[in-house]
Design a protein around this ligand. Structure first.
Ligand SMILES: [Zn+2]
Length: 282
């Protein structure tokens, strides 16, 4: 879907397959940023998403040979699955924050440290990042500037992108979406990142990779606030549970109770989610 003059969003559905054979439905967002002659691909989704991405590029009259660079907003498997395909086929420059590089270049390490079911099998393979990017950097597609912001919380090296000419801000997975699985490493960092985005008064359109919502104008602030409130709601539920149960309760038990309160599917209680609930207690 075309969002603005230079930015397109692609919402790609998939399932997280768990060891017990069950699965959790999810979707991931990739973006195309285009200028006259070149393209940036933002996140490569899953291994099998490459075909859909190529079809989309074709549908807007562009050619994948024009891909100048691939930016990974962070290293989670559902954002890097097609990296190897695009590197082998089109050899663009690959960019990511230096704190995410170890997990992009060594997917086994990521699978050991933060397993998400069988998601590693949705990644074509590791690639080498050509250039690290972070707060204050700008990348250029011809004259079109793409500003980089470090917005940690969901993961330590998560980045967001701002395209000043279109006033479009892409916040990756940093904005927790009400009704979706809580996935973040650090609650305070997430809140700080959201406040940092709020302080930018130049955003006309906000794109969150965890939502199909395209927020514009006054809805931008509302959207960010809803993410903050979701985090705060989970925090207060946890505080209440701990207060009501003076005996120490297990993280799985806490998470099960939280999921019940939030009407989230039990199948979503996976290790990366338990870590998020744990992050509220650190
Ligand atoms: Zn993520």
């Amino acid at each position: 879907m075309q969002i603005s003059k230079h930015v397109h969003s692609l919402w790609l559905d998939f399932e997280i397959k768990l060891k017990d054979g069950t699965s959790v439905p999810r979707f991931v967002t990739s973006y195309i940023i285009e200028s006259n002659k070149k393209i940036f691909l933002i996140d490569t989704a899953l291994k099998h998403s490459s075909k859909t991405i190529l079809e989309y590029i074709d549908s807007i009259g562009r050619n994948p040979e024009e891909i100048q660079g691939v930016i990974n907003t962070h290293s989670h498997f559902d954002h890097i699955g097609g990296n190897l395909f695009f590197q082998e086929k089109y050899n663009p420059m690959f960019y990511a924050h230096h704190l995410e590089v170890p997990y992009i270049q060594d997917i086994e390490l990521q699978h050991q440290e933060r397993p998400v079911g069988e998601m590693i099998h949705n990644v074509g393979g590791p690639i080498s990042i050509d250039k690290t990017i972070g707060e204050g950097d700008s990348l250029f597609l011809g004259d079109l500037e793409i500003q980089i912001f470090h917005t940690p919380g969901h993961s330590i090296g998560s980045i967001s992108l701002f395209i000043p000419e279109d006033r479009v801000f892409i916040c990756g997975d940093v904005l927790p979406e009400e009704g979706t699985l809580p996935i973040y490493e650090n609650v305070n960092s997430t809140l700080s990142s959201l406040r940092k985005i709020e302080r930018m008064d130049c955003i006309e359109t906000l794109l969150s990779s965890l939502s199909r919502k395209v927020s514009k104008g006054e809805d931008v602030l509302k959207h960010i606030k809803s993410g903050e409130n979701y985090l705060k709601k989970i925090q207060s539920l946890i505080d209440k549970l701990k207060n009501d149960n003076k005996n120490l309760i297990e993280i799985t038990e806490i998470t099960t109770m939280i999921f019940k309160e939030l009407n989230l599917p039990k199948s979503g209680i996976i290790p990366i989610v338990l870590k998020s609930i744990q992050a509220h207690q650190n």
